[in-house]
Design a binder for this molecule. Structure first.
Ligand code: ZN
Length: 278
């Protein structure tokens, strides 16, 4: 197998938040004939459910460089309240990747706020001149009228249904592959159910090193804040947040790069996947 060397990420402590010089990581590029097409997604939101977003300045430029280097195309599900402050950064992402909605404020959806979060997010995208077809609910928590509201507000696909999370959602009969629900193309996510526990970086980080042995779904997700060093992350004020801080920063980069290496896939965004395969 051939391999190339990839330095990731590059920069000084001052600008990138890393305490030590970055290590050189290996990304293999062999066995091209085994490549499958998978879907890469990024949830762009405040850092670890705080009111700040250091990751958009510190991590997103490095992530975009990494995606360029690896020829990865992604869908970025963006919390649209970030557009006011980070219009330039988000429009930079949009030059090469798809932008979709991750709600307006990242509040967990409920019967009271769902209509506002879905419609306001779409309205903000339009106000800022961004085409937005897809939606992903914060925390993968949805309401009964989720799909009818998406349709009413002009979305064509969704990636909010996940298999199981104790006390949060339970969709054990979710199909494995994208399917049509109430006229909306639905990309199912898997988490917390073996053998597809880890369809995202949060699970790969939390359960490393055994998580690398689990089979993966055809859709992956990560948050830029997971790649921040612990010193740049908000302090954990709950058990879940302390779990989410596990293996942050350089460890997260290593786990992510190894995952990309292992998958040997062609990565595209949701809308491109629909155009090519649905
Ligand atoms: Zn989120």
């Amino acid at each position: 197998m051939s391999a190339c060397r990839l330095s990731l990420p590059v920069g000084s402590e001052k600008t990138n938040g890393f305490l030590e010089p970055p290590e050189t990581l290996h990304v293999s590029r062999g066995r091209k004939n085994c490549m499958k097409t998978k879907i890469m997604t990024v949830d762009l939101e405040n850092d670890l459910r705080s009111n700040r977003c250091k990751s958009i300045e510190i991590i997103v430029p490095k992530l975009l460089d990494f995606f360029d280097d690896q020829k990865i195309k992604s869908t970025f599900f963006v919390v649209t309240s970030l557009l006011e402050k980070y219009e330039t950064e988000i429009k930079e992402i949009a030059k090469k990747h798809e932008i979709a909605s991750h709600s307006h404020t990242h509040a967990w959806l409920n019967n009271k706020n769902v209509e506002f979060e879905i419609s306001e997010s779409k309205r903000k995208m339009k106000e800022f001149g961004i085409k937005c077809q897809g939606f992903r609910a914060p925390g993968f928590i949805t309401t009964k009228n989720h799909f009818s509201l998406l349709k009413k507000n002009g979305y064509s696909y969704d990636s909010s249904l996940a298999t199981y999370y104790p006390g949060r959602y339970n969709n054990l009969s979710l199909p494995n592959k994208p399917f049509l629900k109430e006229g909306i193309v639905t990309f199912p996510m898997a988490n917390f159910v073996y053998p597809v526990i880890s369809s995202g970086l949060p699970y790969l980080k939390l359960l490393d090193p055994i998580s690398k042995l689990f089979p993966q779904k055809n859709i992956f997700y990560l948050h830029p804040w997971e790649l921040l060093e612990k010193k740049d992350l908000p302090v954990a004020n709950s058990i879940i947040k302390s779990f989410l801080r596990r293996n942050s920063g350089k460890n997260a980069w290593k786990i992510f790069v190894k995952h990309i290496n292992k998958e040997e896939s062609k990565w595209i965004g949701c809308q491109d996947w629909i155009t090519q395969y649905f």
